[in-house]
Design a binder for this molecule. Structure first.
Ligand SMILES: C[S@@+](CC[C@H](N)C(=O)[O-])C[C@H]1O[C@@H](n2cnc3c(N)ncnc32)[C@H](O)[C@@H]1O
Length: 270
């Protein structure tokens, strides 16, 4: 694992008494790496906002389609996956290396349980490489320094920020983080983003109450954003078709894709 990690002593201690996002997300997508408190809060949120399980599954399926598109159709061989989540049945390196075994992937998360399971993310094909950085996205410079150990930052990189900028509550800070990461990678690099919304055309009104409940009962605190706000993370980039859409509607595998209140987009740095 990279040595560019949180300074020792600064890591949040594992708290099994409070629901954590990585573990609740794992619960919603059907994983087993979660505790009773995560299941309780997960069920309560799903009770007031039933579409949340569809959101989590649609987000993971978007990840799969976006990685296959980038590797298969755009020739991308490097990924920086920020806010990785707990390892699941199909992680970014497995999807990418199935098509191009020489793909190199750096994972970043700050959750101690994700760190504890990081070994399952370090199972690279011998032709490629994977690394895991225990870092906070609020410190993008550390993320970039750590990524440079494994990725060639002079070659295109797909920066994956799926369900992560929603944990950067301050809008200016979130924009600055996206800008810092994208300015560390060259022309021909990609930004892949998903983000929850309260926009009514995506059926997101229920996020208001659900996120209020989350912020009172779980960690880290979360925020939703409008289409216009999320668009600002893409400033200076070229948005690829079909644009900034419900992530379930982004190049769907079937005509029957639902609409979930989670935007998804892929954009390229000119
Ligand atoms: C909603 S999950 C998304 C997981 C995965 N990207 C996906 O789309 O399925 C968000 C992840 O971001 C991580 N996270 C939240 N705040 C973070 C921060 N400040 N720095 C790094 N990771 C963070 C959480 O631990 C969690 O694993």
């Amino acid at each position: 694992m990279s040595e560019h990690q949180r300074p020792s002593g600064a890591a949040p201690r594992l708290n099994t008494g409070v629901a954590h996002n990585a573990r609740v997300w794992n619960y919603w997508i059907g994983g087993r790496d979660n505790y009773e408190v995560d299941q309780q809060v997960g069920d309560q949120v799903a009770g007031m906002f039933p579409v949340i399980r569809d959101v989590a599954r649609a987000d993971r399926e978007f990840l799969g389609r976006a990685v296959r598109f980038l590797v298969g159709e755009c020739g991308v061989r490097q990924f920086l996956d920020v806010g990785t989540g707990l390892p699941t049945f199909d992680n970014t390196h497995e999807i990418a290396q199935r098509i191009a075994p020489d793909s190199r992937i750096v994972y970043v998360d700050n959750d101690p349980v994700v760190l504890a399971h990081a070994r399952s993310l370090l199972t690279s094909a011998p032709e490629g490489a994977t690394d895991y950085i225990d870092a906070d996205v609020h410190d993008p410079e550390t993320v970039v320094r750590g990524a440079a150990d494994t990725l060639d930052l002079k070659q295109p990189v797909a920066v994956m920020m799926l369900g992560i900028l929603n944990f950067v509550l301050d809008m200016d800070r979130a924009q600055e983080i996206a800008r810092t990461l994208m300015s560390a990678v060259p022309s021909g690099s990609y930004l892949v983003l998903t983000h929850p919304t309260t926009d009514a055309d995506l059926g997101g009104q229920g996020n208001v109450e659900a996120m209020r409940f989350w912020n009172d009962n779980a960690t880290p605190p979360i925020t939703a954003r409008t289409r216009e706000e999320i668009s600002t993370f893409l400033d200076g980039l070229e948005i690829l078709p079909p644009g900034l859409v419900s992530c379930a509607q982004w190049r769907p595998d079937s005509d029957s894709a639902v609409t979930v209140p989670q935007f998804g987009v892929v954009a390229v740095k000119p």
